[in-house]
Design a protein around this ligand. Structure first.
Ligand code: ZN
Ligand code: FE
Length: 262
């Protein structure tokens, strides 16, 4: 019996602050959210990898913009949300669908996580405890509500928060420092958050990535998973943003506040 080759996740930086994720076994690679084809082609070439699959979380150009060019070089399946019209998708996915890739040998479960966009999906690798969540959950924050409602986003985030604490959160942007600056304003007395903020400031000063995060850390420090905590509600009430403790209204107020926060 030969053991399957171990899998690796590599961040491919693109644009100002995107991470395109390459999942590979030293020979074959799947790419999550290739907003740009050129850095993916470079990474494949320099590592001697063959592209075998494209996985998309939602339709925004910084996530799907490289698909056509990749397909001109590679004949591979394109997995993506059934609820969004994205040119190139050959394998539309619904909640609870399972993506079974032969190489790299990888099984991904699909979650519907509407809110940032109407059809946004996330991929969970149960065996590895990996989450690829696009622009739904960020390190220290969450995606803007372009197409969905606060109620939808709270349900989507609850699905992600229910994953094991040691799940690695591979989100699609390096937004952590500005997210945590807001988080500290929303929850000034959270010691775990203060410690994380200090650490992320240092990491960013050194030019290091702060992604992936973990579900456990997000639950302790991300205000968009903590909108029902008394500490967050206290700030929302003290700043006149909510009048009662209705959770959806609190989440909506928090998201609104963040939209204009500098
Ligand atoms: Zn997006
Ligand atoms: Fe994005």
């Amino acid at each position: 019996m030969s053991t399957p080759p171990s899998l690796q996740v590599t961040a491919i930086p693109a644009f100002a602050d995107n991470y395109l994720w390459l999942i590979h076994d030293q020979q074959h690679a799947a790419v999550v959210d290739p907003g740009d084809a050129a850095p993916i082609e470079d990474a494949l070439r320099s590592r001697g990898l063959k592209l075998t699959a494209i996985l998309l979380t939602h339709h925004h150009a910084d996530h799907a913009g490289g698909v056509a060019e990749l397909l001109s070089n590679w004949s591979v399946p394109v997995f993506g949300p059934a609820g969004e019209k994205i040119p190139g998708i050959s394998r539309p996915l619904h909640e609870d669908d399972v993506v079974d890739l032969p190489s790299p040998a990888l099984r991904l479960k699909v979650l519907d996580v509407p809110g940032h966009t109407a059809g946004h999906i996330a991929y969970v690798a149960d065996a590895q405890n990996w989450l690829f969540c696009g622009d739904t959950l960020f390190a220290g924050g969450c995606g803007r509500l372009f197409e969905g409602t606060p109620g939808q986003m709270t349900q989507s985030l609850a699905k992600l928060a229910a994953l094991p604490d040691d799940t690695l959160v591979y989100c699609a942007h390096e937004y952590t420092l500005s997210n945590l600056r807001f988080a500290v304003a929303a929850e000034p007395d959270n010691a775990d958050l203060a410690a994380r903020f200090a650490q992320v400031e240092q990491q960013r000063a050194r030019g290091e990535s702060t992604v992936p995060s973990t579900i456990g850390l997000e639950k302790r420090t991300n205000p968009f998973l903590r909108y029902r905590e008394p500490s967050v509600l206290r700030t929302l009430r003290a700043t006149g943003r909510v009048a009662n403790d209705d959770p959806i209204a609190s989440f909506a107020a928090l998201r609104e506040w963040k939209n204009g926060f500098r």
